[in-house]
Design a protein around this ligand. Structure first.
Ligand SMILES: [Zn+2]
Length: 254
């Protein structure tokens, strides 16, 4: 995990950003604010094989600009163009930060059709449209017998259960602890308690809460999720590493 803050980065923190690796393929999900400096402590910019963006809010994609600049300007010769998967129109603002054409040779854009299935490197990727302030795609990645579901940002939706059904890791936005969301936010964002309910119903192996509002008490957040879900719960932090390989004969943990 490169970060887990929602909306804007906390002091020393970073917003959504998740580096998923399998068979030496590195898929970066949601390069949000302040994730790029953390990314390059783990891998070089030219070692990212593909990027997937859930939606166009800058706390989920602002540092795509830094990543593409580093690949374009930071190495000679530049690496091959980076495949970036996103919904139609999601990347216009972040790619518009540079002069027209500057990054064209650094990126190959792949438009996600919500509900479609994709193959990205070794990952099978199922997608589902989830409700947010602007179009947001949830994804379920499968590779090597392991699976991960990621919500992006979303309010309640019938699409969540099939997306998360039985996954090894449910990475779920939890902007709120319980029912404190404003009426205007409730259809577009979720609480830790709601994520616990989904985790329970979907029978997930582990629940990792993310998109945490800066200043939120992590213990309260995890407690709210545990009130609905008896499995393992944690909160995404920069540096959190989750190994999805099966662990026979040992207690589940992060
Ligand atoms: Zn958002």
């Amino acid at each position: 995990m490169l970060g887990g803050d929602g909306a804007f980065p906390s002091p020393g923190g970073a917003c959504s950003g998740y580096l998923v690796e399998h068979e030496d393929f590195r898929l970066l999900i949601d390069p949000g604010y302040a994730t790029f400096p953390r990314l390059v402590t783990q891998v070089r910019a030219d070692q990212v094989d593909a990027v997937l963006v859930s939606h166009g809010h800058p706390d989920h994609c602002a540092d795509l600009s830094a990543l593409l600049r580093a690949r374009t300007l930071g190495s000679r010769p530049p690496p091959s163009a980076l495949p970036v998967y996103a919904l139609s129109d999601a990347l216009g603002p972040v790619l518009g930060l540079d002069r027209v054409g500057m990054l064209d040779r650094s990126i190959v854009r792949h438009e996600i059709e919500p509900g479609s299935h994709l193959t990205i490197g070794p990952f099978h990727c199922a997608t589902a449209l989830l409700p947010h302030f602007l179009p947001n795609v949830g994804v379920r990645l499968s590779a090597g017998g392991q699976s991960l579901a990621y919500t992006g940002d979303s309010g309640p939706s019938p699409n969540l259960l099939p997306l998360a059904e039985g996954v090894d890791l449910f990475l779920a936005e939890a902007t709120f602890i319980d029912d404190e969301a404003e009426e205007s936010d409730a259809p577009s964002l979720s609480s830790a308690r709601q994520r616990g309910t989904t985790a329970h119903r979907a029978g997930v192996r582990r629940l990792l809460l993310t998109h945490i509002w800066p200043g939120t008490d992590r213990d309260e957040l995890e407690h709210a999720a545990r009130s609905e879900y008896s499995g393992v719960v944690a909160t995404a932090e920069p540096g959190t590493v989750v190994d999805l390989a099966p662990r026979t004969g040992r207690h589940e943990s992060f």
